[in-house]
Design a protein around this ligand. Structure first.
Ligand SMILES: [Zn+2]
Length: 361
């Protein structure tokens, strides 16, 4: 533990919240709407809805005291500094790079902090809180804007202009040349082979079939020719999956699976993407992995790996096998049950595929 505390970065908190499939563009205005540090040592934040936050802590060095900071999407208009009081030396709002906002809280020397216990909690779709220090320090509230302000209620958000915006965002998938590409999507397992069985009896075959069908729809809308290796619960061997791909001379092959851990351990969660050979396969895997992680906040990144699975080993085109989460995992299973999450994953897979196609052609 001591060694750990000696590290420069000794605490890393990562918090994400996605409430729908729209992903704000990088050029948007700051998603930080208001903030306040209250006398009880709690930092409260108000952001735009579906904001993706990252929080960090760094121990003091020669230049700075202990610092806690949060990064927000969207660019801050006016970088500024605010003098602190009590245990807080200074608060800085800046843009660490274009398109980002950073709120930094720097503490005075000899302030007792225990960041290992810190937890950022989402209290509402646009509100967050984290306890930073003990109320034993006398501190006068500092803040900007109203952190308690309610955003328009859900009813108001359902008006037509909001829906149009959402739909519009939803269609913001990369453009590719129409009718140029052909993609094989392979929903794993099927029929008598349900694949992994997870918490509450959730079956891999059902999950991956639904995700695959949505991927097909999204790609077809973009003018990509898509073939599913199976459209329903049929028993399909591995060989015909490969031969469909090789016969149609598809540009890429994407097999979709969900995982199960040995012993059905609920603490094992995460996403991973496999390829067998070639930089193209690896690139496709990377593009997909990056996108599926974005829609799976809090679930571990198990990485892009080389794997010797039959379907990616024997297909002739760039081929990947995506594992979209652990049906036996506490975090993943609860989400994979839901169609909303399956849609997000499908969107992410489609986005990864389109990014690959638009790049490699
Ligand atoms: Zn599987």
């Amino acid at each position: 533990m001591i060694k750990f505390l000696d590290n420069k970065f000794f605490c890393y908190l990562s918090i994400f919240l996605f409430l729908n499939t729209s992903i704000p563009s990088v050029k948007s205005a700051s998603s930080l709407a208001a903030w306040a540090i209250k006398t009880n040592g709690v930092l409260e934040l108000r952001t735009k809805s579906n904001t993706n936050l990252k929080a960090y802590f760094q121990k003091a060095n020669q230049i700075y005291g202990d610092r806690f900071w949060v990064d927000f999407p969207g660019e801050l208009a006016n970088p500024r500094k605010i003098k602190g009081n009590g245990p807080i030396k200074e608060i800085r709002l800046g843009k660490p790079n274009n398109g980002k906002t950073r709120l930094v809280i720097e503490f005075k020397k000899n302030t007792y902090l225990n960041p290992l216990t810190w937890r950022m909690v989402g209290v509402d779709q646009n509100r967050w809180r984290i306890k930073l220090f003990n109320p034993k320090y006398s501190f006068k509230k500092i803040g900007e804007g109203l952190v308690d302000k309610k955003t328009r209620n859900t009813k108001a958000n359902k008006n037509s202009s909001y829906m149009i915006k959402r739909n519009h965002d939803y269609l913001q998938l990369p453009k590719v040349k129409q009718n140029k590409f052909s993609v094989i999507i392979d929903p794993g397992h099927g029929g008598p082979d349900p694949g992994a069985i997870g918490i509450g009896g959730i079956r891999e075959t059902d999950v991956v079939l639904e995700v695959s069908k949505i991927v097909k729809k999204l790609l077809s809308d973009k003018g990509v020719k898509v073939k599913l290796t199976r459209k329903n619960e049929v028993d399909l061997d591995l060989f015909p999956r490969v031969s469909i791909a090789n016969k149609t001379n598809a540009d890429i092959f994407v097999s979709i699976h969900a995982n199960a851990s040995r012993g059905k351990r609920r603490d094992i969660n995460g996403l991973e993407t496999f390829y067998f050979r070639g930089w193209k396969g690896r690139l496709l895997a990377k593009k997909i992995q990056k996108q599926i992680l974005r829609v799976s906040p809090g679930s571990p990144d198990r990485g892009v790996k080389q794997g010797r699975f039959y379907v990616i080993k024997n297909t002739r085109m760039p081929a990947v096998l995506v594992e979209i989460g652990f049906l036996t995992g506490r975090i993943d299973a609860r989400r994979l049950e839901k169609t909303t999450h399956r849609k997000r994953l499908a969107y992410a897979i489609a986005k990864g595929i389109l990014e690959y196609l638009s790049k490699v052609g």
